[in-house]
Design a protein around this ligand. Structure first.
Ligand SMILES: C[S@@+](CC[C@H](N)C(=O)[O-])C[C@H]1O[C@@H](n2cnc3c(N)ncnc32)[C@H](O)[C@@H]1O
Length: 276
């Protein structure tokens, strides 16, 4: 589980410092997500939900020069990082806002996009009702989310290394967190209840690169110590247990070294829907 307060605090701060590496981990998925968003046609106003450090917004603003792009996120640190990256890019801005209750009469989106930013709502039906109400009548939505932990080696292999923890991401499958939208039936039910229709799921399998460069294993260990389930375990473990976990993490990273990078299998959905 990752809740709103964590994103507004330490987890958001870590992501703001690690955006080059998180963008790298999502790179093949981002290509497909951008293509899907562009296939939606000539949107004039695009809102990126849970935009984080802004890569998807920045990419779409560059491709769609006629569109206004607005990235929304609850993390002050991530919005600051996104704004710095996008400095000088016309028709692109970022705002600190909770998408669950955001509304702006001067910005009525005809396209919502999100790279893994919509699985953290406490009340997802209410949040998607709000997003529908805040959008134009012809609005479309394209977002990515992880499939099941069993299909995501980066998560299940790390979870298998750590002692069981109450807030581990492999707990309640529907609790707000990276895997809350893994089940298409659950996501369809949420979106349908919120008034969205024509809901479709495209599976995307990709290499999640955790480390590369001169010392890919050291790079992966540093990444894991800041982002994701290993970072959570490292924060919670102490003494010998922590040292042993770090050793197992190194062995795991070495075992996944291929073609100059530490790579793990990752599996996502790209979900599309329309309002009317
Ligand atoms: C897994 S990160 C993805 C960030 C970014 N989209 C990316 O791909 O790098 C999830 C993001 O959703 C944001 N978030 C979580 N709940 C939110 C909410 N209710 N409203 C807006 N943003 C939210 C977090 O702060 C975080 O930046």
């Amino acid at each position: 589980m990752t809740d709103k307060s964590e994103w507004q605090g330490q987890v958001g701060s870590s992501w703001a410092r690690q955006w080059q590496r998180t963008d790298r981990s999502f790179a093949p998925l981002t290509e497909r997500l951008v293509a899907c968003a562009l296939e939606c046609g000539e949107a004039r106003k695009i809102a990126d939900i849970g935009c984080g450090a802004g890569e998807l917004s920045i990419r779409l603003a560059a491709k769609r020069s006629t569109a206004d792009v607005l990235g929304l996120d609850i993390s002050v640190d991530l919005v600051a990082a996104a704004s710095t990256r996008a400095h000088g890019q016309p028709d692109l801005r970022f705002a600190v806002a909770d998408a669950a209750n955001w509304r702006d009469a001067s910005f009525v989106p005809d396209l919502y996009v999100s790279r893994h930013g919509v699985m953290f709502f406490d009340d997802p039906v209410a949040a998607f009702v709000n997003l529908a109400a805040s959008a134009s009548d012809a609005a479309r939505m394209i977002f990515s989310c992880f499939r099941a932990p069993a299909e995501n080696a980066w998560a299940n292999r790390i979870a298998a290394l750590a002692p069981p923890m109450p807030a581990a991401p492999l707990g309640d499958p529907h609790a707000p967190g990276p895997f809350a939208f893994a089940d298409p039936g659950h996501v369809s039910a949420i979106l349908t209840a919120a008034g969205w229709r024509d809901i479709a799921f495209e599976p995307v399998n990709f290499d999640y690169v955790a480390g590369d460069g001169a010392d890919p294993v050291a790079d992966a260990l540093d990444f894991f110590s800041h982002i994701g389930p290993a970072a959570r375990a490292i924060r919670m473990l102490e003494g010998e247990a922590r040292i042993a976990f770090l050793g197992r993490l190194r062995d795991l990273s070495e075992a996944h070294l291929r073609d100059g990078a530490v790579r793990f299998a990752a599996a996502a959905w790209i979900v599309s829907a329309r309002k009317n």
